[in-house]
Write a new protein. Sequence first.
Length: 255
Amino acid sequence: MQGNGTSVLIFAGIASSLPASVGALLAQNASDDPGNVAVYAAAFFLTTLGIIYVQEAERRIPINYSSRYQAGALARQSYLPFKVNATGVMPLIFASSLLGLPLALARYTDSPALDGAANALGPGGALYLPASVALIAFFNYYYTFLQLEPKDLSEQLKRTGAAIPGIRPGKQTAEYVTSTLTRMSILGSVFLGALSAAPAAVEALTHLSAFRGFAGTSVLIMVGVATDTARRIRAEQAMSKYLDVDKSYDDNFKF
């Protein structure tokens, strides 16, 4: 599986810290309510399930390809797949980097303003959650349109003789794609915002901080790498079956 080595190494690094976090959780909760561990287990399970659902979800826009050889008939049909969370973990990484900037600057200065900003924007601070959600929404919207330019896509569809049913090629197609991507980015922002807020909510509910370093970003990376690796393995298995069929076909027709 070429091109997946770095992702697997990141996955292994995050997964290797999971047993230590579980051990710290059990140690912190040794004399407290055992229901706190159940809350963490349920939150982890539901978060993983939600990530898998959103990562695999997509909006399919049907497109038709006109054929010059069938008197203008719409011969072939396909679709444009738009992922709900097309940006992955990038908005979370950008948002966490900016939120950690005041703390990094405060370490090298004696500014009371930077200390106050670092405390307010740090985990558990008064502005941490709203600032994190706002930055995630901004970066998710920006990165979505950075990956896919609606005007370029409409021009590519027009050059290849493709059209969205009921939408005229050119400007109207670009506007339709823009509105669709905007709605998808809103859904993705809600998902990423909820993923970012989930660890803080569980920590406030259970008063346990063992998983503070194991945030929703880590779960998103783990699930994303696991599903991508499984998809690659299935593709390799299907390819090997086709190669076996071709080999048997060649062997049967050798003279």
